[in-house]
Design a protein around this ligand. Structure first.
Ligand code: GLN
Length: 494
């Protein structure tokens, strides 16, 4: 078989079972592709020996019969997941040299299913960012370019390495995490599919915490079917995470019929932004027509508190981050600053944190501690929590009116140039305008590549579903994917 790295999970699964290919061959092809793609900055720790060992066992297991769907499938893992004995740094200098003694629940479920880990993927430091520019490893680069223009574009963030790796066919799929859009936005910027499940679907245990009430893991894949297959393997109840839901995990792939007749799709009027490029506006109305042609009823809806979502998110997320990141003090693991004669424990904390955390992480810790401080707690943190409830209620109201899913743009623009927005944090935060509401409300959301802009860059639409109804959401996404027929791929320059 040729072009092994271009295979989707579903195709590789079937080829492995027919004996047309082995996991060792697939893995070897991915490892070779990774070695020629350093210019993308996607893989930051490569694990070829581990991968080959896993691939050999997967081949034996497939031969024996009855192996799970992900058996033998080579994946990339975001650096935010703790992987036993393998550097797991959350793209931060403060975790330099950290090799966990344990495996995150999500990665251990993937490995139990026989998946192969090719290595760890670049990301924004502690998943804070929308462009992968806050990483201690340097930028990840989008494999897509504006026509023949060689300007380097962001693959999005924070799961920028995951998105670049999947779009460039360095792996068959990757894990991502999403606190405010970090699966969906990079998926949209690179022409791939990314789903953030309902809060509580995937265990957060062993995933470096950013904002614990918002963080969720999810798959980043080449299509919706692969998202269904991989999500099923990633989610499930975990007693080690008290917020993980004790609910059965459906066979998501079996729910992909493409039949959405009788479904109602809401179009929220508040998601129309001033200055939004025409291409996004056009894409959104085309998506609306595609779902209507597929038999869904379209309903204009209102989510009135949307305008408060970004400020709410940028109070709650830093507040939780400032608390979660207090553990990085140079005492137990990771980086510890060199101390001068006479320095005490406070100097050690201060120097370690000043050296180890990058500027965006420091900004979030400062904002977070400020909004949680005694004098400002009610004015900021408590108020943000109340507004969060109102944002959640907006969604509950439209679902109660019979809306099954909500269609919005995934991002307010196509992938932008590296080095441009990084200078103004607020401009960067505006990127998350369509995605943060979904995390604040704990809902499932998926980004589906639906079209290209005038420069040939991919654009995505977002579908937001009812809680715990990822199967239904994936099926609506599948219908949209079929209608959109997005098949474009980046031209290889790396
Ligand atoms: N871009 C958002 C932020 O910087 C979301 C990040 C994420 O989802 N991890 O916080």
């Amino acid at each position: 078989m040729s072009d092994l790295t271009k295979l989707k999970i579903s195709e590789a699964r079937d080829a492995l079972r027919k004996g047309d290919v082995t996991s060792v061959e697939l893995t070897d092809a991915c490892l070779k592709a990774i070695d020629t793609a350093d210019a993308l900055g996607a893989f930051v720790h490569k694990t070829p020996e581990l991968a080959m060992g896993q691939a050999k066992s997967a081949d034996d297991r497939i031969k024996a019969g009855g192996a799970p769907d992900l058996c033998g499938i080579p994946l990339g893992i975001k650096d935010l997941f703790c992987t036993k004995g393998v550097p797991s740094q959350a793209a931060s200098a403060i975790l330099n040299g950290f090799k966990p003694e344990y495996e995150s629940t999500v990665t251990s479920q993937l490995f139990d299913a026989g998946a192969v880990m090719l290595g760890k993927l670049n990301m924004d430091e502690f998943a804070m960012g929308s462009s992968n520019e806050t990483s201690t490893y340097g930028n990840a680069i989008n494999p897509w370019r504006r026509g023949n223009d060689a300007t380097a574009l962001t693959p999005g963030g924070s799961s920028g390495g995951s998105a670049a790796a999947v779009a460039a066919d360095l792996c068959l799929a990757a894990t991502g995490t999403d606190t405010g859009g970090s699966i969906r936005q990079p998926a949209a910027f690179t022409g791939i599919t990314g789903i953030k499940p309902t809060y509580g679907r995937c265990s957060r245990w062993g995933i470096v915490a950013f904002a614990s009430s918002l963080d969720q893991a999810g798959p980043m894949t080449k299509d919706v079917r692969d998202a269904a297959i991989m999500l099923e393997a990633m989610c499930g109840h975990d007693p080690k995470d008290s917020t993980s839901a004790d609910l059965p995990v459906p066979n998501f792939e079996a729910m992909l019929t493409g039949d959405i007749r009788g479904k109602t799709i809401g179009i929220p009027r508040e998601y129309r932004m001033d200055g939004m490029p025409d291409a996004i506006e056009t894409l959104w109305s085309e998506g609306r027509c595609m779902l209507e042609d597929a038999g869904a009823a379209i309903k204009d809806i209102s989510l009135p508190h949307t305008k408060y979502a970004l400020p709410t998110y940028y109070v709650i997320a830093p507040a939780e981050a400032s608390s979660n990141l207090a553990r990085y003090d140079g005492v137990r693991y990771g980086h510890r600053a060199k101390l001068a004669q006479g320095d005490g424990i406070t100097d050690m904390y201060e120097k370690t944190r000043a050296e180890g955390f990058g500027p965006e992480v420091q900004r979030r810790v400062m904002v977070g501690t400020y909004v949680l401080s005694a004098g400002f707690y009610d004015a900021y943190y408590n108020r943000a929590r109340k507004v969060r409830t109102l944002i959640k209620r907006d969604f509950e109201d439209v679902f109660a009116q019979g809306v099954d899913a909500i269609l919005t743009p995934a991002t307010p623009s196509a992938a932008f140039e590296l080095g441009k927005k990084h200078v103004d944090p607020v401009e960067m935060y505006l990127n998350d305008v369509f995605t943060v509401t979904v995390n604040l409300a704990g809902l499932p959301g998926i980004s589906v590549p639906t079209g290209v802009d005038s420069n040939g860059l991919p654009l995505g639409l977002q579908l937001i579903g009812r809680p715990w109804e990822e199967g239904d959401l994936l099926n609506t996404a599948y219908a949209l994917e079929q209608a959109a027929g997005f098949v474009a791929k980046p031209t290889q320059w790396w």
